[in-house]
Design a protein around this ligand. Structure first.
Ligand SMILES: [Zn+2]
Length: 90
């Protein structure tokens, strides 16, 4: 028993844009609420919609581990917000 509803992992941002390459991201170990795509080196998390909307694509974004990343697009709506993609800055 868990209070986390069973929601499928989000689709990778790349897969959203390339229907032939649809694949889901994997939960990132040690960082609940963060997903990772090892194939595309891409991360995702859920942010409140108004927060995600105010982050410009390509702008700097502080990642889950505190390091500098780069903001990506937003994805599907989720309980508590919207899927937000980002990648490592290096
Ligand atoms: Zn991917």
């Amino acid at each position: 028993m868990t209070d986390t509803p069973s929601i499928p992992n989000p689709l990778c941002e790349i897969g959203r844009n390339h229907p032939r390459d649809k694949h889901r991201m994997k939960p990132l170990e040690d960082y609940p609420g963060v997903w990772f795509c090892p194939k595309h080196d891409l991360y995702a998390t859920v942010l409140p919609e108004d927060v995600a909307e105010n982050i410009e694509r390509g702008a700097g974004y502080v990642m889950h581990d505190g390091s500098e990343g780069v903001a990506g697009r937003t994805g599907d709506e989720r309980p508590g917000g919207i899927v937000f993609y980002y990648r490592s800055g290096h």
